[in-house]
Design a protein around this ligand. Structure first.
Ligand code: NDP
Length: 270
């Protein structure tokens, strides 16, 4: 029997998850169907419960429901607890198991795909929203020399630093004045979606740094800053594919080969 999965969010029509999971299923010979389901803003829990009631095996959750999914889950994995958000649900009897694969996806893209180890490196995380929070613990597990969280709204960065020992926090003007440079700079703000530039100069990048933009598929101001500083800049498509592969592994116990899928999705690549 074909197992049924879906991604839910609002909006959802743009989601690339159905394409990614369908490619994973074909590659690994798994018999499954994966759809996109629009959840009304006030109807996330109903959408999830209805899907489970009709035999659905699991769901991915995207904007703006990751925190609601965290509250809806009856069982949470340690990484979902650390993230305070859930992007992967599994229906196990009466239980709804909540997991978070975003951080694992980012770290795998950095270390495995991009050849950029985190250990011993100075890491700057821009942003203090759900995406930033989800990647902090997985980054810390790779023992960076330092992990600074910088956010437009200072108290949100400070709150995260309070939750995660081993991190420090500041606001964007203080970061700019500090003249500190970093080996890995991760833009986990949504500023790129609206083409807004962060108030930062090229000096935040150490020589040979990597600039990682979580937004994918566009030349954001952050990536343009990296290009001006002559450092390597990459978008978040690899993270998207890797978090999907981790979710696929959670559900099916099989780890797909992400390389061919990433190449197929990347415009202009072979
Ligand atoms: P949230 O809404 O939870 O957080 C948004 C963050 O961006 C906040 O820190 C906010 O700062 C900051 N921000 C927004 N606009 C600006 C601006 N103009 N200048 C400075 N800071 C700004 O969003 P998420 O954390 O869920 O997502 C962040 C981004 O990551 C999104 O663009 C999303 O698409 C992307 N993402 C990509 C993934 C992937 O797989 N590639 C996975 C998950 C997310 P403040 O607190 O001051 O408001």
């Amino acid at each position: 029997m074909t197992d049924h999965y879906a991604v839910t969010g609002n909006p959802i029509a743009h989601s690339r998850s159905p394409t990614i999971h369908t490619l994973f299923a074909a590659q690994t010979g798994q018999d499954l169907r994966y759809d996109a389901l629009l959840a009304p803003f006030d109807g996330f829990a109903t959408t999830v419960r209805d899907f489970a009631a009709t035999g659905g095996r699991g769901m991915n959750v995207t904007v703006p429901f990751k925190e609601e999914a965290y509250r809806l889950a009856t069982v949470l994995t340690p990484r979902a607890q650390a993230a305070g958000a859930v992007n992967t649900l599994s229906f196990e009897g009466a239980d709804i198991r909540g997991d978070n694969t975003d951080g694992a996806g980012l770290v795998r893209d950095l270390v495995h795909n991009l050849g950029c180890p985190v250990e011993g490196r100075r890491v700057l995380l821009l942003g203090a929203g759900g995406a930033a929070r989800g990647v902090i613990q997985p980054l810390l597990e790779h023992r960076p020399a330092r992990l600074l969280i910088a956010n437009r709204t200072a108290h949100k960065a400070a709150a995260l630093a309070g939750v995660f020992p081993g991190t420090t926090a500041c606001d964007l003007p203080a970061l700019q004045e500090s003249e500190m440079a970093f080996d890995i700079v991760i833009n986990a703000t949504s500023s790129g979606l609206s083409d807004e530039a962060l108030p930062l100069s090229a000096g935040i990048f150490a020589a040979g740094a990597l600039a990682y933009e979580m937004v994918y598929g566009k030349a954001t101001p952050f990536l343009r800053l990296a290009a001006a500083a002559e450092v390597r800049g990459v978008d978040g498509l690899g993270m998207l594919v890797e978090q999907a592969a981790e979710a696929f592994f959670v559900w099916r116990g099989v780890r797909p080969d992400t390389g061919p899928v990433l190449r197929q999705l990347r415009p202009g690549s072979a």
